[in-house]
Design a protein around this ligand. Structure first.
Ligand code: AMP
Ligand code: ZN
Ligand code: FE
Ligand code: FE
Length: 275
């Protein structure tokens, strides 16, 4: 039994449709599952329906929002907010719109670098999902320019890659406020990926951060121990998940395989019940 509080479906840049993700999570022994697609909650209805077939699995609504910090990004997970709020949904739709323009710029950059991919194909790969770099990486691989998704990032579209293009993102504090405004709890994703995270945490706790990922993906035991003491020091929930995107994409951790204890999901629900 385990929690998996960080997963992606075809609604953003994951490989599995939401229902399939839920079925596979249940089969993997996940008792608390959060769907946390980038900038979209549109997979939740389908996931909820699928979850109803698995009495041992509790589905937690979530989202992942990318924010800007100096020299990098902080990804903020939001849980248990009012998904149906129309104002919130309009904000998320505008984030997804920004993703389209920014993906077009990266496709243009790739053409200029002599590794062209077709925009039509990128859009086709993204399907219904919020468009993201993994879709461009997949197109680069299909066109034979790189042998793997990872290589596509390393050579072209990582944050300091030659074809990278950014978009205007929120600050972490703004994301905390957005999630809190709609009744949710903000949690810092993969803290080790955020530069200077230790010095940023005190201000973020002040600004409403409720938890951080400790049991993330394939993080080492050493790193988990360090993150756990950091979470304890700041009174933050220690959460985590696989960041599963499907085979070959992003973190290589299997669904349900992050070692996040079942109590993590319980602690999230318990804290939410007090706000
Ligand atoms: P985007 O939201 O378009 O900026 O793309 C970020 C997504 O790309 C992350 O959520 C991961 O799924 C994926 N990603 C980021 N870095 C890498 C990498 N080095 N290798 C494979 N996937 C990555
Ligand atoms: Zn992703
Ligand atoms: Fe992330
Ligand atoms: Fe993620």
């Amino acid at each position: 039994m385990s929690s998996d509080l960080h997963t992606h479906s075809t609604i953003s840049d994951g490989i599995l449709p939401p229902a399939e993700l839920v079925h596979q999570a249940a089969a993997a022994g996940v008792t608390y599952l959060a769907l946390t697609d980038h900038d979209s909650t549109e997979g939740l209805a389908e996931a909820q329906q699928a979850a109803a077939q698995h009495p041992g699995l509790t589905l937690i609504p979530g989202i992942e929002i990318s924010t800007d910090v100096e020299e990098g990004e902080a990804h903020i997970l939001g849980y248990l907010f009012d998904v149906d709020n129309t104002e919130l949904q309009a904000t998320l739709a505008s984030f997804r719109d920004d993703r389209v323009g920014r993906a077009m710029r990266m496709v243009e950059n790739l053409g200029n670098l002599g590794v062209p991919v077709s925009w039509e194909r990128v859009v086709e790969i993204a399907g219904d999902g919020a468009i993201g770099r993994p879709h461009i990486a997949q197109a680069l691989m299909e066109a034979g320019h790189v042998p793997s998704i990872r290589e596509a990032f390393d050579s072209y579209i990582s944050n300091d890659g030659p074809a990278y293009s950014g978009r205007r993102k929120m600050l972490p504090e703004e994301a905390f406020r957005l999630i809190r405004q709609y009744g949710g709890l903000p949690v810092l994703a993969h803290p080790d990926e955020t530069p200077q995270v230790e010095s940023l945490l005190p201000g973020w706790v002040e600004a409403g951060l409720a938890g951080m990922e400790v049991y993330y993906g394939l993080y080492s035991d050493d790193l988990r121990a360090r993150l756990k003491s950091l979470a304890d020091e700041h009174g933050l929930l220690a959460l985590g998940g696989s960041d599963y995107h499907g085979p070959g994409r992003a973190a290589d951790c299997p669904l349900g395989g992050s070692g996040t204890p079942p109590e993590a999901g319980e602690s999230l629900l318990a804290l939410h019940a007090t706000i």
